[in-house]
Design a protein around this ligand. Sequence first.
Ligand SMILES: Nc1ncnc2c1ncn2[C@@H]1O[C@H](COP(=O)(O)OP(=O)(O)OP(=O)(O)O)[C@@H](O)[C@H]1O
Length: 501
Amino acid sequence: MAKITILIVEDDPDLREALADTLALTDFSYLLAEDGQQAIQLLQSKSIDMVVSDVNMPEVDGYQLLQWVRQHAPQLPVLLMTAYGSVSQAVEAMKQGAVDYLVKPFEPDALLAEIRRVLQGTPKKSCDEPVAEEESSRQLLLLARKVAATDSTVLITGESGTGKEVLAQYIHRHSPRNEQPFVAINCAAIPENMLEATLFGHEKGAFTGAYSSSPGKFELANNGTLLLDEITEMPLSLQAKLLRVLQEREVERVGGRKTIRLDVRIIATTNREMLSYVQRGEFREDLYYRLCVFPLMWQPLRARPNDIVPLAERLLAVHCRKLKHPIVKLSSEAKKTLLQHAWPGNVRELDNAIQRALILQQGNLIRPADLCLAPSHAVGQSPVLQTITEAAMQETMSIESKMPPVSAASKVASATDNPLLRDGESPVAGGLESDIERAIDTGPLGEDLKQREYELIIDALRAEGGRRKETALKLGISPRTLRYKLAKMREQGIDIETMIA
Ligand SMILES: Nc1ncnc2c1ncn2[C@@H]1O[C@H](COP(=O)(O)OP(=O)(O)OP(=O)(O)O)[C@@H](O)[C@H]1O
């Protein structure tokens, strides 16, 4: 059997040699590159199973290399190595598709364990169960445990950052398939022309750039669980093929003739209101009903206050462990501040706030100022926010009435049908949640944020020479969302082409 090849990309010659020495003592074979440019050349000519890359390198750095991989070989896992000060960027890189990051310095065994974990497709080792102190969250986990025991297809809905992937992993961990792979694919993050090959695999030469044959996510997940993240972002043409695979339980690689039998448990997630996608003809109805066998919904974080502080404490412990930092605590004022915030970006926003606070805090105690939370997002404290929360509640209630009833845990649904920038935690970095965006549509804050968002989009388009797919990838949104945003900008009289020029 061919050996698994790891590509090490590191500009520091001593560290590169040390990493090579580590891999030389294992069954893996390895290739070495001094920078991103050399790495791309090797990726174009050799068969490589995984990339382990430094972040800061001259010319083509780790992030640019990651972007190249996302476009040309999206199924290839990229593990980043980063210095302590660049951790927040590395976390951002994970959102862009890196499988994980290691903080330097690390033990050789930590690297090998991480490589094995990634290649086996197992989720991050964590004996930690999802935090669920709120009654509705507990009930949700109970339901998840029940469905985990079966092979039923599960559809998880909830706003961006509520914990849909965490719940999917929880189901897998508690299922009879837990010793088998858990494989996740984010349908919004893979370029449209690569999605089919990534899902179903391809044979060598099936298309330009198919340097070697490769199994798809379905094959990799065989006997285990496949998570189809952000399923509404899948193009209609591919939905038809997906439906066939789900019905017939077999797959053929792109450019291949062999039929491969499948035994895969499917979990799909979305932060959109799927039924309105179905009504608009953007999502196949038959596929919707095949996926929505057992729907589960995470409430937005603002609707489960009892989860907020325990989640913050868990995230704090995780990051302290990862950064080898002494234990840090939350002051009681900081806890109050957390409870007063509306968390439009949900648990992911909380995670970011905790990471920021960990960097800023002094004396191993987090105080309110360290959290850097915008006061305008404090629950019940600002008229702007009241509008936001009211609008969000109205939105979620109107959705609730349309979703099939599942449980008491699903009192507040959160998907929206308005495709907007994801990851609502920071308007500058990532965009806003749709409910919030609509709520602040008319206010001065809304105008400022919109202008800033338009500037970001134009800048990204300019940097990518007007190419839509690349721009969407750069902004961390789906091409569909970008199209929607551009249409909105045109409606407002913005001449996009002139601005790019
Ligand atoms: N109940 C929970 N317990 C512990 N950590 C959680 C929980 N929910 C979410 N998280 C953490 O919050 C972050 C976001 O979670 P996750 O990726 O599962 O959200 P998501 O709903 O899938 O987001 P998206 O819609 O953007 O894909 C992750 O870092 C995850 O570990």
